[in-house]
Write a protein that binds this ligand. Structure first.
Ligand code: SF4
Length: 437
């Protein structure tokens, strides 16, 4: 790492992993600012002398990235460029004692629920009055809204409940306050996130309350787009689809990880749903919300997955033509139920199955995109990159979905909507020009 001027008592927050970690880092960021501590998120010139790494402990690759990041800052500490390195987040929650042994140079490790303790070592007090307030690390026109923490589901392959604990919903009033504050700071698009968003309310209201929450958020002036992520298929609250259809500011978009389709695998994965009921649900979603963009994620190579199971999965994707699809290779995670099974499918075989699914999806996405040519779509612009302004339609969530590219000789405003006529389509991205400004 190059020599540089280091600012004393300045904190740099580094975030790894998912959108839920981004929200946790944003909360930490706001708390430090409210304590008049000089803080930056992912500082470009890395000039802070105190670093807080918010880690991910989900699957192998993510864990490796977290460890590499910790080691990078430990090297900086050895070079005298950093004085303190603190580690928090899921990897730290899950492997604290191992990490303390293997990387003792870290000043302190914190779990996912230890914000007050982390603030204390940074010389800050936890400010309760800040609940519902957050400094965004995303472009201010969109924000993640974490509606609950933890998960009560028994999915066999998943270590998240080990790291995040049981399901805990945030009260509707708190989320409404948080959203009003976000809108005041310029947020137009709200991305609802959780480990399992459809479980919302079952703990604090003793009933599923996602539909009511969506209504309350949709009633707030200034919210143009509300996007639903991490919907769980089993016992899916169908009333959510009615609210989605009826409210113009709720995106006709659903992210519902299905993980697999063969009955054998759904049973082994402890997903609490069958092939037929999954297909019924997918059909019902499409019936109740025509034009919906259905995003799903699948796991390839879970222990016990036979060629026949995988063929079934390929047929399922072919028949259902999901607008957006992500595929993960199974990761053998200690402490999960699947860990007691033999991880018999080789890494090469897993890669091969992922490639087959993504190849199929590439064709599906290409033909869906072709059908957009000549259409006018409402696009929210996120950034300018090279010769293009880059934005997203209602069908695209940030970071994970497709994008719309508009030549920079046209005038569009970052953080604003514009009507774009689609002129060209590729497998995943669309190209177009503004119709009127
Ligand atoms: S729903 Fe299943 S996969 Fe998702 S976080 Fe909970 S246990 Fe993990």
């Amino acid at each position: 790492m190059k020599t540089k001027s280091v600012k004393k008592q300045k904190v740099n927050i580094v975030t790894l992993g998912c959108s839920k970690n981004i929200v946790d880092s944003e909360v930490l960021y706001s708390q430090l600012k409210a304590n008049y501590i000089d803080v930056e998120h992912e500082s470009a010139n890395d000039d802070a002398d105190i670093v807080v790494i918010n880690t991910c402990g989900f699957i192998d690759n993510a864990k490796q990235e977290s460890v590499d990041t910790i080691l990078r800052y430990i090297d900086a500490k050895k070079e005298g460029l950093v004085s303190k390195v603190y580690v928090t987040g899921c990897l730290s929650q899950r492997y604290k004692s191992d990490l303390q042994k293997e990387i003792p140079e870290v000043d302190e490790y914190f779990g996912t629920m230890h914000l007050p303790q982390l603030l204390a070592v940074l010389g800050a007090d936890y400010k309760h009055e800040l609940i519902g307030e957050r400094s965004l690390t995303t472009p201010k026109h969109y924000a993640y809204l974490k509606i609950s923490e933890g998960c009560d589901r028994p999915c066999s392959f998943c270590a998240i409940p080990i790291m995040r604990g049981g399901h805990l919903s945030k009260p509707i009033e708190e989320l409404v306050t948080e959203t009003k504050n976000l809108v005041k700071s310029g947020t137009k698009e709200l991305l609802l996130i959780a480990q399992d968003s459809t479980y919302y309310g079952l703990d604090i209201y003793k009933e599923r309350k996602l539909a009511d929450l969506l209504k309350s958020l949709s009633d707030i002036d200034g919210v143009d787009w509300i996007r639903l992520h991490y919907a769980y298929p089993s016992q899916f609250p169908l009333e959510v689809l009615d609210v989605m259809r009826e409210r113009s500011n709720i995106c006709k978009y659903i992210d519902m990880p299905l993980q697999h389709i063969s009955d054998t695998m759904l049973k082994l994965m402890r997903r609490g749903i069958t092939k037929n009921r999954t297909q019924e649900l997918v059909d019902t979603v499409r019936e109740k919300v025509p034009e919906i963009t259905f995003r799903t994620t699948l796991i390839a190579g879970h222990p016990g997955e036979t060629e026949k199971d995988f063929e079934e999965l390929l047929r399922f994707v072919e028949q259902n033509k999901f607008e957006r699809l992500g595929v993960f290779g199974y990761s053998h995670e200690e402490g999960t139920h699947s860990y007691s099974m033999q991880d018999s499918i080789t890494a090469e075989e897993k890669e091969e199955r992922i490639a087959q699914l993504m190849e199929l999806q590439q064709d599906i996405s290409a033909s869906i995109n072709q059908s957009k040519i000549g259409k006018t779509l409402k696009v929210l612009f996120d950034r300018k990159e090279g010769d293009y302004f880059i934005g997203r339609t209602e069908a695209d969530s940030p970071e994970v979905d497709n994008e719309v590219l508009v030549k920079a000789n046209h005038y569009v405003r970052i953080g604003d909507f514009a009507d774009i006529r689609i002129t060209h389509a590729e497998e995943f991205d669309l190209y177009g020009e503004p119709i009127s400004l």
